[in-house]
Write a protein that binds this ligand. Structure first.
Ligand code: SF4
Length: 460
């Protein structure tokens, strides 16, 4: 009983969060920045923050995550971090030679009010930004929002800092994939290629956070969206932004700055959300859906039919980040399961509306918690009062899973206690097939493990 102090009785709380269902904003900004080729993320704050952000990403992706820091001391905390920042920019370009430095703030630099825009101008005026090199930045105060907001802010920073307007439109479609695994980004690119659509994807962490072992170490792996591609994204004919929380702001900003029409959709996880993605891609690019993609969809539908009897009526607790939650909840309903509880520490009033849109008559606001007090403690209390058959979310659910003997399907960020999640996509029809297989395996294994001998069957 690791969480033996969790009570069944739920009392209103307004100033206490226990085991929050979120991490800090700059982690999202750092992950997004790694999706630009030749980019060195820079954390404007103390060394401790940067070490935490790097280790969180390293533990999830099992890859070394490089980032620089302004290394605040007591002096910079009192007088501001500009001197440290300018020194850092000079050192980074001299020693590490990135194409672009992507700067995000931290709680400390936000609290003292450092102005990144003014600092970039000063760096430019002082001549410490070499010709052809770039600096982009965003604000990520972690006392508001969570890691998906940091991701969103940095992707918007890419648009604001690098995309260029043009009257000569290209045939390309921009894809902003949202916070998904590198394998998911690769899978989305595969669908676009199958449909013959030329795309610019940003950010793109495939080939950066899942690099092959070659015996040779590249400080800047070959993957990622290039600065040149980001500039050209302003000339694309449309943008498909996946996940309104992580990608919506950048798509809207690109529309305002470069007049690229945005299509903001949910993450293509599960059957309905993938249908929406394929249909949106078909429409904006003016292409037909090839038979190979239709066949993939058909295989998923066939599998769902085979598995339906085992899924029907199962209660599922979902927790994590808004974009994943909406699509997963919709998929759970598609499978005739019940999204019993939905919890996210990431604030945002629009999430209720989005959930209502995908859940229809399965929508129940009493079982949804969003924001500061939407913590794992509350979800545990809900489960104690009315248990579920399955939990889907990140590693932080493992304590509840163990205490209540409820299986946990690890999905989302962070996953610290398993390896391989970043190599297998869960987006698209093939990703949905994988999710179905994992869920059914969990249900069947539990049944096998807990069946009395007389009910232990070879064929299930
Ligand atoms: S101080 Fe703020 S930015 Fe730094 S690690 Fe903590 S929450 Fe994140």
């Amino acid at each position: 009983m690791l969480l033996r102090h969790t009570t069944k009785e739920i009392k209103p709380r307004s100033a206490l969060t226990i085991n929050p269902a979120k991490t800090c904003q700059p982690i999202g900004a750092m992950y997004a920045a790694l999706g630009i080729h030749g980019c060195l993320p820079h954390s404007h704050g103390s060394q401790g923050c940067c070490a935490y952000h790097r280790s969180a990403l390293t533990r999830h992706y099992k890859e070394p995550v490089m980032a620089a820091t302004s290394s605040f001391t007591e002096g910079s905390s009192v007088f501001g971090g500009q001197a440290n920042m300018l020194q850092a920019i000079n050192n980074i370009f001299t020693v590490y030679d990135p194409e672009v430095i992507a700067i995000h703030t931290t709680c400390l630099s936000e609290t003292i009010g450092d102005d990144l825009s003014q600092m970039k101008k000063k760096a430019f005026d002082d001549g410490i930004i070499p010709e052809g090199k770039e600096i982009i930045f965003c604000n990520t105060p972690s006392y508001v929002g969570a890691h998906p907001n940091g991701f969103s802010n940095m992707v918007k920073g890419m648009v604001d800092g690098l995309c260029e307007p043009s009257d000569d439109k290209l045939r390309t479609v921009n894809i902003i994939p949202g916070w998904v695994e590198p394998s998911d980004m690769r899978e989305i690119k595969r669908y676009c290629a199958e449909m013959g659509v030329e795309i610019i994807m940003f950010p793109d962490t495939s080939g950066i956070l899942d690099t092959p072992q070659t015996g040779k170490r590249d400080f800047y792996p070959k993957g990622g969206c290039t600065v040149a591609e980001l500039r050209e994204a302003g000339s694309s004919q449309a943008t498909i932004a996946m996940g309104p929380t992580c990608s919506g702001a950048a798509a809207r900003s690109l529309d305002v700055k470069c007049k690229v029409t945005p299509e903001i959709i949910e993450l293509p996880i599960g059957l309905s959300a993938t249908d929406k993605f394929i249909n949106t891609l078909r429409k904006v690019a003016g292409v037909a859906v090839p038979e190979s993609v239709t066949d993939e969809r058909g295989r998923l539908v066939d599998l769902i039919t085979d598995m339906h009897q085992y899924f029907y009526g199962k209660r599922v607790a979902l927790y994590g980040d808004p974009d994943q939650l909406v699509s997963l909840a919709q998929f759970i309903v598609d499978l005739d399961m019940i999204p019993a509880y939905i919890v996210t520490g990431t604030p945002g009033k629009k999430l209720l509306k989005r959930l209502k849109a995908v859940l229809g008559d399965k929508y129940n606001e009493d079982n949804i918690a969003i924001g500061q007090q939407a913590d794992m403690f509350l979800m545990h209390q809900w489960i104690k009062n009315n248990p579920v058959d399955l939990m889907i979310g990140n590693t932080y659910g493992k304590y509840i899973s163990r205490d209540e003997n409820i299986p946990l399907l690890r999905h989302g960020f962070p996953i610290y206690d398993r390896i391989g999640h970043s190599y297998f996509p869960t987006v698209g029809y093939a990703g949905a097939i994988r999710l179905c297989e994992k869920m059914l395996d969990i249900f069947m294994s539990k049944q096998d493990n807990e069946s009395p001998e007389e009910k232990f069957e070879l064929v299930l």
